[in-house]
Write a protein that binds this ligand. Structure first.
Ligand code: CA
Length: 438
């Protein structure tokens, strides 16, 4: 609770700094001021949200609980810290149905460098990729100083070590899948590599997919296993928008692979001439978020244009169907054209979220991290339609990974050290959230 309060103070302390240093649009080099004036506009003071009020309430309730708890302890002859803390922290905003009590927002690790993805091993270790090329481990609550893997990566732009997924049978086979960039500029390519976790290192690299088109920007990079135990991969358009419509290119797609890298026979274009069998959906610009709901529906978050093709903003959340075409660069936002699928949510032509990681929350809402938007975005769905969306947790800066942990809590990472944000003390961080009630 004290930590949250400090972070709230930091937000105000850094606001003027943010105002002075914020310059680039988000995950792209293209900043066309005439189309994206909001990107350069001074940052207005953030309106008060329910969060600090909640914290204040928690402080008051916490004080009351401590006083009454202490009195009760004196009467009972014992002092139980947990019982004194539980009502306090639960009030900070444990979501209904959360598996744990004592819910509070807390920093799990500090001092990370551009953490991109988080994975929870069954032995309670937390693995974190850092974009410069390291896999870090948090064990027994401590960030270990030595990475379990260091890889050479592309050193510029958005490329580097990005996505990570653990095999659904990780406990038995110890397979870890990584999305890695190498090269630079328009010679940059991305690949999906499988490693075996020895407990102290990632070993036996085997490249499953190579030569995914890349560039300084628009590399996609998310990896996730679906409920069908297939490996899904998001790829960016590599700053060549037309490739997103080319079924014979791996750029601007969602790919679907068997865990060994081979192509599933039931992929929509498997065996078709002039098409890559790995393609599951097409027409994406720069998708970085993948998540399934409890019924097995796949959702994807992707960046809309930021100057390219003379358009701005229009970040998207899409419901992904097998073989469907999501339009980039033929259409953006809600523009309609036969055969192209519109997003279920888009940010309009004046707002940029720059969505990164996407996860189903414990409350059934979809949550994605906003990089340029600097918040956690909550999306309420009913019967496949968005009924509400809102911005939460504006105090942490740029948010990249959003992952649900084995404790049924949401974890996020900041991305304030990637040169596009304002670094705060302790950045970058892995944070466990207490969600407000939906
Ligand atoms: Ca689209």
């Amino acid at each position: 609770m004290v930590r949250v309060s400090q972070q709230w103070q930091q937000r105000y302390r850094h606001k003027s700094f943010i105002r002075n240093t914020r310059s680039t649009h988000d995950e792209t080099l293209f900043q066309v001021r005439s189309f994206c004036r909001h990107a350069e506009a001074p940052i207005a003071p953030l309106p008060p949200t329910a969060y600090p009020e909640t914290v204040k309430h928690a402080l008051l309730i916490g004080l009351a609980v401590v006083v009454f708890g202490f009195a009760g302890a004196v009467v009972a002859g014992v002092f139980n810290k947990d019982s004194a803390q539980a009502p306090t922290t639960a009030d900070v905003g444990a979501s209904p149905g959360a598996a744990t009590t004592n819910a509070k927002t807390e920093v799990i690790a500090e001092g990370l460098e551009i953490p991109w993805e988080v994975a929870f091993a069954p032995d309670n270790r937390i693995l974190v990729t850092e974009r410069p090329g390291r896999v870090r481990v948090i064990q027994n609550g401590q960030l270990q100083p030595d990475p379990i893997l260091t890889v050479q990566t592309a050193g510029s732009g958005e490329g580097g070590l990005q996505g990570m997924a653990l095999d659904p049978d990780f406990a038995a086979n110890k397979f870890v899948y990584l999305y890695i960039s190498s090269g630079s500029g328009n010679t940059l390519t991305n690949r999906v590599v499988r490693y075996r976790d020895t407990g102290s290192a990632l070993a036996e690299p085997k490249t499953l997919v190579d030569a995914i088109p890349g560039n300084n920007n628009h590399n996609g990079g998310r990896l996730a296993f679906g409920p069908d135990k297939k490996l899904y991969v998001t790829t960016g358009d590599s700053q060549e928008p037309s490739l997103a419509q080319d079924k014979n290119s791996l750029a601007g797609k969602v790919l679907r692979l068997n865990p060994d890298g081979s192509t599933p026979a039931d992929n929509p274009f498997a065996g078709q001439p002039g098409a890559r069998g790995e393609v599951w959906s097409l027409g994406h610009r720069n998708p970085q978020g993948l998540a399934w709901d409890d019924s097995g529906t796949l959702y994807l978050a992707e960046h809309g244009p930021s100057g390219d093709l003379g358009q701005c903003c229009k970040d998207e959340v899409n419901k992904i169907d097998k073989g469907a075409n999501y339009g980039w660069p033929e259409v953006t936002g809600d523009q309609k054209r036969d055969g192209l699928v519109n997003p279920i949510l888009q940010s309009g032509n004046a707002t940029t979220w720059a969505p990164a990681g996407l996860s189903l929350g414990p409350d059934g809402r979809l949550y994605f991290g906003a990089l340029r938007g600097e918040h956690l975005h909550a999306v309420t769905l009913k019967d496949g339609k968005v009924t509400k969306n809102e911005e939460l947790f504006k105090e942490f800066g740029r948010i990249r990974a959003v992952v649900k942990g084995p404790d049924n809590r949401l974890y996020i990472t900041t991305s304030n050290r990637d040169g596009r944000g304002s670094e705060k003390p302790g950045d970058d961080k892995l944070i466990r959230l207490a969600l407000p009630a939906s």
